[in-house]
Design a protein around this ligand. Structure first.
Ligand code: GLA
Length: 654
């Protein structure tokens, strides 16, 4: 199991490095991300390289038996480069160019930046490609975090080129975007601009394409760095750290995953989210989904508080281990922290680390040390895969993007909201779920769920219908299948892509205002959304008892070939969602992961002839999982059941 974190030794004098390596050994650290933001200290002036400090720390880490994920330092361009070439920086919607002082200030469409970055990458690879500590290349850092979208003139040229490659003629763009409305007709590609500041809102087709272009531009930069690394060091794997749950990112990671040797993700919990451990599980399942089930790496998470939310909640005792182990349960073969030693100066002074301001005599360091010992005991788990689920939640980046553009029936339909709620309900019922893009192979699933899958291509709609015809069970929620992949609304009644499959038709949406609820005639409570749905061959499972839609069906089901198609026209509250999941579990004969008390989070990883049942206790009392085996963490054997202490985790090997 990879264990360790981001290490920025450049912040400290070299005597601290010796202490760090000793503490790393004490904590069982075997893997650090090094050099992430160090370009300015390695190339101190144009073409002038100073490697001494990096040579010394690499040797020191190697002597300590610690492997290095060496970062190409391109996430932070040096001050001299930004001053010589301010045009490499991103430009926002209002034409404001990013200044020096932060990080990721560069535009992926800048040819000048690319030239300097690749020269740096080549120099680094040539110098350290054979270093015995080197395990993995870590390209840049969270590409798209601070440089997701650029609106510069140079980007505009790249954007037009991208459009030309996709559409060939400008009239195809006009058709796709419906640019006749508001008189936006373009006579040539040269007239098309990035979505710079405009009043009244941009064309949704343009916005979706600009998101795709921006993802591709960043990906192209990643691929350019990766190709230099592959050329110089063909045997060293290459990755970059994704941020799969970020609400603002543009990267379509299902596509990015094809270009990395191992999928790596960063995850941070949100202080204000009461369901943060469920959100973490959703994130980990999504990461595994784009990794196509292969083991992946948790490249960053925090030991405790971060410093970038308005109130940065610290993790109470035990949460650090539960968080790390939940990622591992869901397919990670390692868990690393940002960052090793908490900064005293610089932009992240109050971000937790493994070694806090208080030093190693601290709750956090002690917990990391204990976790390091646990990680060693989990070695048998490495390489095993999460047992395939029978349920898939479809989650696509296009839908998430399009849902965030606004000017829709309700801004409360947030991209991750319903997917997370449904994932949480299945998880609470100990039913394994995969979270996969709609391009995934669906053939092994019994149930496929489309929670607010707003953008659906014809090909995806056909595959989903075929899945049901072949005996699968499909659940479609409100506001799914509404637009095609050009972000144009499908005609003839909602939900256009699935009207025939579901055997229903809606002619108008009636979203509810914030905090408004409706009751269903089976006693369930719902909010957020209703619609004037008509049955066209489906049966109503329940209808609204109250509200403007009283007596209108709220949940429907139709037969589809040898399968079924269920429509959820409203957002169920948590209690009702659990009942709904129970009903779906019966319909699709979904197995539970194990027989266990409610409150335990269960995940099973399987090797060729071994099963590893992870049971994580998120409650304040001890709970039981009824399966025998050896708990890898405590080493104890159990015949028929294992008790999981309050806040603790067991990994039952059998
Ligand atoms: C991101 C970055 C790190 C650090 C952390 C703080 O994940 O990759 O460099 O800034 O956030 O949470």
């Amino acid at each position: 199991m990879a264990f360790g974190g981001d290490y920025s030794p450049e912040q400290w004098s070299e005597d601290v490095w010796t202490d760090d390596v000793a503490l790393m050994r004490r904590a069982g650290v075997n893997s650090v991300n090094l050099g992430v933001f160090s370009w300015g200290l390695l190339e101190v002036a144009d073409g002038v390289f100073e490697w001494g400090w990096l040579d010394r720390i690499l040797d020191l880490l190697h002597e300590g038996g610690i492997g290095v994920n060496l970062a190409t330092p391109t996430a932070a361009p040096p001050i001299w480069l930004l001053r010589a070439h301010p045009e490499i920086a991103t430009v926002d919607e209002r034409g404001v160019r990013t200044s020096q002082g932060g990080r990721l200030a560069w535009s992926p469409s800048s040819a000048t930046f690319r030239r300097y970055a690749l020269r740096m990458v080549r120099a680094l690879a040539e110098r350290y490609g054979e270093h015995p500590a080197l395990r993995l290349w870590h390209v840049s850092n969270e590409l798209g975090n601070e440089n997701a979208r650029c609106h510069s003139d140079e980007t505009a040229v790249a954007w037009r080129r991208w459009l030309e490659a996709r559409y060939t003629t400008v009239d195809a763009v006009n058709d796709s975007w419906g640019s006749a409305f508001w008189g936006h007709h373009y006579a040539s590609f040269a007239q098309i601009e990035p979505p710079r500041f405009a009043r009244g809102g941009h064309n949704p087709g343009l916005l979706l394409d600009f998101e795709r272009f921006s993802s591709d531009a960043l990906l192209e930069h990643y691929v350019a760095e990766r190709d230099v690394l592959r050329e110089v060091t063909p045997d060293i794997p290459v990755t970059t750290n994704f941020m799969i749950m970020s609400y603002t990112q543009v990267d379509d990671y299902a596509r990015w995953a094809e270009e990395v040797d191992v999928v790596a993700n960063d995850h941070y919990t949100m202080s204000a989210d009461p369901f943060r451990h469920a959100e973490l599980s959703f994130s980990a399942d999504r990461t595994r989904g784009i990794a196509k089930g292969d083991p992946w790496l948790l490249m960053e998470h925090s030991t405790s508080a971060v410093n970038w939310q308005s109130i940065n909640r610290a993790k109470p005792p035990g949460e650090l281990a539960r968080n790390s182990l939940a990622h591992i349960a869901r397919g990670a073969d390692g868990a690393l922290f940002f960052q090793w030693r908490m900064s005293t100066a610089g932009a992240e002074q109050f971000h937790s680390g493994v070694v806090p301001h208080a030093g190693a005599d601290s709750k956090i360091f002690r917990e990391v040390e204990a976790l390091g010992a646990t990680m060693k005991r989990l070695a048998p788990v490495v390489g095993s895969r999460v047992q395939p689920a029978r349920v898939a939640i479809l989650f696509d980046h296009d839908s998430a993007s399009a849902l965030s553009f606004g000017r829709m029936p309700s801004d409360l339909v947030a991209p991750q909201d319903l997917p997370k709620r449904m994932h949480r309900a299945f998880t609470a019922r100990h039913i394994a779920v995969d979270v996969v893009p709609s391009t995934a192979d669906l053939s092994e699933y019994a149930l496929v769920v489309l929670p607010t899958l707003y953008v659906v291509s014809n090909a995806a709609a056909d595959r989903i219908a075929e899945f049901a015809q072949g005996g699968g069970h499909v659940v479609v929620s409100y506001f799914s299948g509404i637009v095609d992949d050009t972000n144009r609304v499908r005609q003839g009644g909602y939900p256009g892509a699935f009207r025939d499959l579901l055997k229903i038709r809606t002619d108008e949406f009636f979203p509810l205002v914030e905090h408004e609820t409706v009751e269903l005639d089976n006693g369930w409570v719902a909010d957020l959304w209703t619609e004037s749905l008509e049955l066209r061959g489906a049966t109503a499972l329940t209808a609204y008892r109250s509200g403007e839609m009283a007596d209108v069906p709220a949940i429907t089901r139709a037969t589809a070939g040898s399968g079924t198609a269920t429509y959820l026209a409203t957002r169920l509250n948590d209690a009702a969602m659990l009942h709904f999941v129970d009903e779906l579990a019966e319909l699709a004969e979904l197995p539970v992961i194990a027989d266990a008390d409610a409150g335990l989070e269960l995940v099973r990883r399987v090797g060729p002839d071994t099963s590893f049942l992870f049971a994580i206790n998120h409650t304040a009392h001890s709970l039981t999982v009824r399966q025998g085996g050896t708990d890898l963490i405590s080493g104890s054997r159990h015949d028929a059941s294992v008790e999981v202490p309050a806040g603790g985790t067991v990994v039952v090997m059998s």
